[in-house]
Design a protein around this ligand. Sequence first.
Ligand SMILES: [Zn+2]
Length: 68
Amino acid sequence: MACPKKKTSHRKQHQRRAKNWDITLASIGTCSNCSQPKVSHLACTSCGYYNGREYLLALPRKQRKATA
Ligand SMILES: [Zn+2]
């Protein structure tokens, strides 16, 4: 097994770990059902659809039946 020649300094350790700290913005697309902006890979918050199927019950049942 490979053996490190020198102990990793605190600075180098910190530099390596700091690479994973930056925050990335979630990619935003449009819903195929209602064409509202939505976060990719998540169900639409306005209609509750994901990949052509309803997953989230965004509205209460009474309200959904009234609008449909
Ligand atoms: Zn939608």
